[in-house]
Design a protein. Structure first.
Lengths: 387, 63
């Protein structure tokens, strides 16, 4: 091991996983974590679910950090990187490094150019303030029907709110395909959610705090609370001028490296797949797995195993527990290998040339590790299965 | 140093095995099995890392 001082920029699951992996791999130099969060690291997974519903305390979301492993510096914002001099410039001065892990994550995308009072759900303060305001509200409009938007809608339903969700496309269709997407939308409607598909898109209306959304035909959907769940943007602005390629995320090679001594992992990293397209994989599982691969590559270079995502995803909403292995997509027609989609449990397999490249379990007791075994690793990365 | 696994609590996520294959294995039913109940000194850090990553806290490293 050639490095003495490794700096990790970011304070969430990718950053902490990188730290842990560096130690497990035997790195005994100093590790400094620079996090711009107010408090210690926490897991974001329950923010749209149990935290929003008020079912767990905020202490329950804390991520354990072994203080003897790392020098954790909170409320330190990185604003520049000097690749040649090996220095991160921060709100608390210059921090030198030999090896660097970039794990600055992503932030919520907003509908408005000047977000101001636009409500999003990304960090614990968003979840806290949304929960507080929901107590005084009766109706909620969720803009965006992806995993996050649908989970927010589901939680708001459980809290007894009158919920509308609006998207350009039928919610979850692009991620889970027509069969599974329609099944979850049915569950949402049965829970009382109104689903509006606005092909022409929507525009937020109201003052600083949006009070509704206007459809292309002029109709306005009003609500006491409007939440935007319209994707995320990688936090790469601090790297501008560094010489790193940060178009659409920090571009890294198969070992998660941007330079031999600089790796990136999690929502901020973008990697070229077998089909040549470059994309981010903003999910919890990816953050963990990519951080492990990145940390190993930082220490062992090409001797480390190149990163291969497991593409494991899960969501819980409207009484449905959905687990998936494989790239999200709307391609192909699954075979129902067990149960019934209408009346789950159900197990679905998407196959190409006799090999499963995606499996979905709905309210099915199959364990995540068993689900992963159903999809051979090479089939997951085989983009040619996709349209 | 010992590892205790609460197999009733284990949900078969398999993260312990991914992090620390020398310490944890999942059986055919994806239930965790501890490889070394008494942890060899050189595997202590690995055992802790695998236990920490368990999403349902089914693994405990006891000193």
């Amino acid at each position: 091991v050639k490095f003495k001082r490794i700096v990790v920029v970011g304070g969430s699951i990718a950053a902490l996983t990188a730290v842990e992996t560096l130690r497990v791999e035997g790195f005994d130099g100093s590790i400094t974590v620079l996090s711009d969060e107010k408090g210690p690291p926490y897991t974001r997974v329950p923010l749209s679910k149990t935290v929003l519903a008020g079912l767990v305390s905020e202490d329950d979301v804390a991520l354990p950090t072994a203080s003897d492993l790392v020098d954790l510096r909170l409320q330190v914002r990185a604003h520049g990187l000097d690749v040649q001099r090996r220095v991160v410039h921060t709100s608390a001065g210059a921090v030198p490094f030999d090896g660097l892990v970039i794990a600055t994550g992503a932030r919520a995308r907003t509908m408005r150019r000047r977000p101001g009072g636009e409500r999003v759900l990304r960090d614990i303060e968003h979840s806290r303030s949304l929960r507080a305001d929901l107590a005084k509200a009766s109706s909620v409009l969720v803009v965006g029907g992806g995993f996050l938007g649908m989970e927010i809608a589901s939680t708001c339903c459980e809290l007894g709110k009158d919920v509308t969700i609006v998207d350009r496309e039928p919610p979850l269709e692009r991620l889970l395909g027509p069969l599974v997407g329609a099944r979850i939308r049915t569950a949402a409607r049965e829970s009382g959610v109104r689903i509006r598909v606005a092909e022409g898109g929507v525009e937020l209306v109201g003052g600083k705090t949006p009070s509704g959304a206007r459809l292309a035909d002029g109709e306005v959907l009003d609500a006491d609370i409007v939440v935007s769940a319209v994707g995320d943007l990688p936090n790469v602005e601090w790297l501008s001028g560094s010489g790193l390629d940060v178009e659409g995320g920090v571009r890294v090679d198969a070992w998660c490296r941007a330079r031999p001594n600089i790796v990136a992992a999690g929502d901020v990293a973008t990697q070229t797949g077998p089909d040549g397209s470059c994309r981010r994989t903003p999910s919890w599982t990816n953050a963990v797995e990519q951080a492990r691969a990145a940390a190993r590559a930082l220490l062992h270079a090409e001797k480390a195993t190149p990163y291969r995502p497991s593409h494991y995803y899960w969501t819980e909403q409207f009484g449905l527990d959905v687990k998936m292995v494989g790239r999200p997509g709307s391609d192909g027609t699954p075979a129902i290998s067990e149960g019934s989609v209408d009346r789950p449990p159900a197990l679905l397999e998407w196959r190409a040339s006799g090999t499963a490249y995606r499996v979905v379990a709905m309210n099915h007791g199959i364990r995540p590790a068993q689900l992963k075994r159903l999809v051979p690793a090479p089939a997951i990365g085989n983009f040619s299965n996709l349209p | 140093v010992r590892v205790s696994a609460d197999t009733a609590r284990c949900e078969g996520h398999g993260l312990c095995e991914e992090v620390a294959p020398a310490m944890y294995e999942l059986d055919d039913n994806a239930v965790v099995a501890v490889v070394h109940e008494k942890v060899p000194p050189e595997l202590e850090r690995l055992a802790e890392a695998g236990a920490r990553v368990c999403p349902v806290a089914a693994l405990k490293v006891v000193r």
